[in-house]
Design a protein. Structure first.
Length: 122
């Protein structure tokens, strides 16, 4: 069992993509959110690294790893929303339509909240 949510996030980051927890400087915490399918609660943190990390994704945990410049995520027309019926009233699904990928679900919800903090919008 982890001592804190930060410790859990750093452990998961190490297990899933191989980043050493000692190399991460925690910059902040985003609001927790629940997942629709698995009913888990995610406590996302923003971390800083000295340089580009050497990643080693665990194929059991991670389907694909890629990076996207913040400018691309903030570009007009990249982000969209849809209302889905998933047993919850007015449940909005976030999407980021990138050149070669579509990011959606919990990852897109976390990105939306992160970007809102960067540009200071509610």
């Amino acid at each position: 069992m982890d001592d804190s949510l930060v410790a859990a996030a750093l452990r998961e980051t190490h297990e899933e993509i191989g980043i050493d927890p000692g190399e991460v400087e925690i910059a902040g915490e985003l609001d927790t959110l629940g997942t629709v399918g698995s009913r888990f609660t995610i406590a996302p943190f923003v971390g800083l690294l000295e340089g580009r990390p050497e990643l080693s994704p665990d194929p059991v945990e991670v389907v694909k790893v890629f990076d996207v410049p913040l400018a691309e995520l903030l570009a007009d027309g990249v982000h969209s929303e849809e209302e889905w019926e998933v047993g919850l009233p007015d449940f909005t699904i976030q999407f980021f339509e990138l050149e070669d990928e579509t990011v959606w679900g919990a990852t897109a919800r976390i990105l939306t909240r992160f970007l809102a903090h960067l540009v200071d919008t509610p």
